[in-house]
Design a protein around this ligand. Structure first.
Ligand SMILES: [Zn+2]
Length: 394
């Protein structure tokens, strides 16, 4: 092997909180997206994804176990270690992968119960010695403002609360970006509704009496409000000089409708003067639409992408998809991320495995006279940490 990037420092530019109470009860269950709501996913399927096979091999190495140990033995050793001292376990993983900064999108989970105070505290204590920065999720902030209000909010009242909530968190905390997951709810074709349309859509979304509407009706009713809020994010990003992250590509079902997740749907949104003035990260390499992503990033000076999600969850995909992104994306505009959440192990695994993948990919590029060895060394540092430091102002 021509390169070894295992010691290089890593900025994880998009991930979420993790804590023991949000770990999947069955190890590796996160690698299967299906819920159990209509038919239970067999454990046999969980044990037979490549993502599961890969992380167990890496765990055996980390825990000094024989790689031929049984799945149960590796998981048991891991669980005992994490239960004994969770913080020490987290620090061992971050040290092994040399993750130096963690850009934490706090809007987790997208579905299910909101994090309790003790769960947030568990995350904070486990990461006490790690450089953690916050990314604020627009949609979760909206939901919390409405849920926490002691009366029915008018739209102007809501907007005042929203702006002051975000502004005070930026001023008082370590917020480095805003984020939207609008694709999950009404798709990435973000239009430009006026305030009146947004106000009635807001009422319909949060206070409608009829709840059992078909999904298509719900999405259509929410859309003007959701689109309006993303434009509000653009205004706030401009005001505070921070970037906007936009989820693109695959996500958790049943909310995620892949037909609405193509990066190319952002055409009208990106072709505006106001969006063109702020820095925008289209997340997850757009996977499974990476070729489309190449042209969105290459075509707009203010747009970058990352490899998060596929690194943690999609087994060998990153080995195939990362080179696709390299076909057209300047290497200054692609960064490493994991998109891990709940379970800490995939956050560590994603970084360790991506370093090996990048070493193989770059070795191949050197063999083909695409890059020199010296450029490969430099580009690895850019992608693992330096691009993120510059883009997010760390
Ligand atoms: Zn995420």
């Amino acid at each position: 092997m021509m390169f070894d990037f295992s010691d290089l420092p890593v900025v994880d530019c998009h991930a979420h909180p993790f804590m023991p109470s949000r770990e999947k009860k069955v190890y590796g269950r996160r690698y299967i997206l299906s819920s159990d709501r209509f038919m239970k996913v067999p454990e046999e399927d969980v044990r037979n994804t490549l993502a599961y096979r890969m992380i167990l091999i890496e765990l055996a190495r980390l825990l000094h176990l024989d790689p031929t140990s049984s799945d149960e033995e590796i998981i048991k050793t891991r669980n005992e270690l994490a239960a004994k001292d969770y913080k020490a376990y987290v620090e061992m993983l971050f040290h092994d992968a040399n993750i130096v900064s963690y850009l934490n999108e706090t809007g987790f989970p997208i579905q299910g119960a909101r994090l309790r105070a003790d769960e947030s505290a568990a995350f904070e204590s486990a990461t006490e010695n790690i450089d953690v920065r916050e990314i604020i999720r627009c949609e979760m902030t909206c939901n919390h403002i409405v849920a926490d209000a002691d009366h029915r909010l008018s739209f102007p009242e809501f907007m005042d609360l929203y702006r002051s909530n975000i502004a005070s968190r930026i001023k008082n905390g370590n917020v480095i970006a805003l984020k939207t997951v609008i694709g999950y709810f009404s798709g990435l074709e973000i239009l430009d509704p006026d305030e009146g349309e947004a106000a009635s859509s807001f009422d319909e979304h949060y206070y409608a009496s009829e709840k059992n509407l078909p999904m298509s009706r719900i999405r259509a009713a929410q859309k003007p409000f959701r689109d309006y809020m993303v434009h509000e994010c653009v205004r706030l990003c401009d005001e505070f000089g921070i970037p906007l992250q936009i989820h693109t590509g695959a996500g958790d079902p049943p909310s995620c409708d892949l037909r609405l997740m193509h990066p190319g749907l952002l055409y009208e949104f990106l072709n505006r003067e106001d969006t063109g003035r702020i820095r925008i990260a289209l997340l997850h390499g757009g996977y499974p639409f990476a070729e489309e992503m190449c042209f969105m990033v290459n075509g707009y000076a203010n747009v970058v992408t990352d490899v998060s999600s596929m690194t943690a969850d999609d087994s060998i995909a990153v080995e195939r998809v990362f080179p696709v992104l390299l076909e057209k994306v300047p290497l200054t505009k692609i960064m490493y991320g994991s998109d891990g959440a709940g379970d800490v192990d995939p956050i560590w695994f994603a970084a360790v495995n991506f370093k090996k993948v990048m070493a193989r990919v770059f070795s191949n590029l050197v063999d083909r006279d695409v890059i020199t060895h010296a450029y490969g060394e430099k580009a690895a540092r850019m992608i693992l940490s330096e691009n993120a430091k510059r883009f997010y102002g760390l």
